[in-house]
Design a protein around this ligand. Structure first.
Ligand SMILES: [Zn+2]
Length: 159
C-alpha cells in the first residue's frame, strides 16, 4: 500500500514500510474561503451575524457556536478592517531563539462592528508597552498582489 491509496475498509489497519513523506494542507474551510476571496477584491473584512442571538462573528462562521443555527448568506456583511487592540506582546527573538532585526508586535484586535477579533502584527514606534485600547487599521497588500491568505494583511497601524 502506498501513502496515496485510500483506506476503504475501516476494519483493516493500514501500515507503511520505510519512510513516509507527508504533505500537509491547511484548508480555510467554506467560511474562510469566502472571507479571503472577499479580501482579494476589497479593503474590508467579511463578518457573519447569527440570525438568532445577533452575535457578529469575525472571522465569519457558517453557524453560530452558541445557538448551533445556520448563518445564511444574507447575514454576511462587510465591516471596516480596523479595530481596537485587546492584548499585545512584543517578540525580540525568532522561533529559533535568534535575535530579530527589529522587534515584532503581535496583537489581538477587536474588530469594529463585530463581536470577534483578529490576530495580527502591529507596526508602531511604541515598543514593549501595553497597547491595549489603541485603535488600529489594517494595511493590506496592493490588490494585484493579494493571494487570498492571511499574508494579504501586512500589518495593522495606529490611526
Ligand atoms: Zn447565535
Amino acid at each position: 500500500m502506498t501513502f496515496l491509496e485510500k483506506q476503504t475498509d475501516p476494519t483493516t489497519p493500514m501500515h507503511w514500510n520505510g519512510d513516509m513523506q507527508a504533505d500537509y494542507f491547511y484548508s480555510n474551510g467554506v467560511a474562510g474561503d469566502k472571507f479571503f476571496k472577499h479580501l482579494m477584491k476589497k479593503d474590508t473584512f467579511l463578518a457573519s451575524e447569527c440570525p438568532k442571538c445577533g452575535v457578529i462573528f469575525i472571522p465569519p462562521r457558517l453557524y453560530c457556536e452558541d445557538c448551533f443555527c445556520d448563518i445564511p448568506d444574507e447575514n454576511w456583511m462587510e465591516v471596516k478592517s480596523q479595530g481596537i487592540i485587546r492584548a499585545n506582546t512584543t517578540a525580540m527573538i525568532d522561533a529559533h531563539g535568534d535575535p530579530l532585526e527589529e522587534p515584532v508586535i503581535m496583537a489581538l484586535i477587536d474588530i469594529d462592528e463585530t463581536d470577534g477579533a483578529m490576530l495580527g502584527r502591529v507596526k508602531t514606534e511604541i515598543l514593549d508597552m501595553d497597547l491595549c485600547g489603541l485603535t488600529v487599521k489594517a494595511v493590506l497588500r496592493p490588490k494585484n498582489e493579494r493571494e487570498g491568505t492571511m499574508k494579504d494583511i501586512l500589518y495593522y497601524e495606529p490611526y
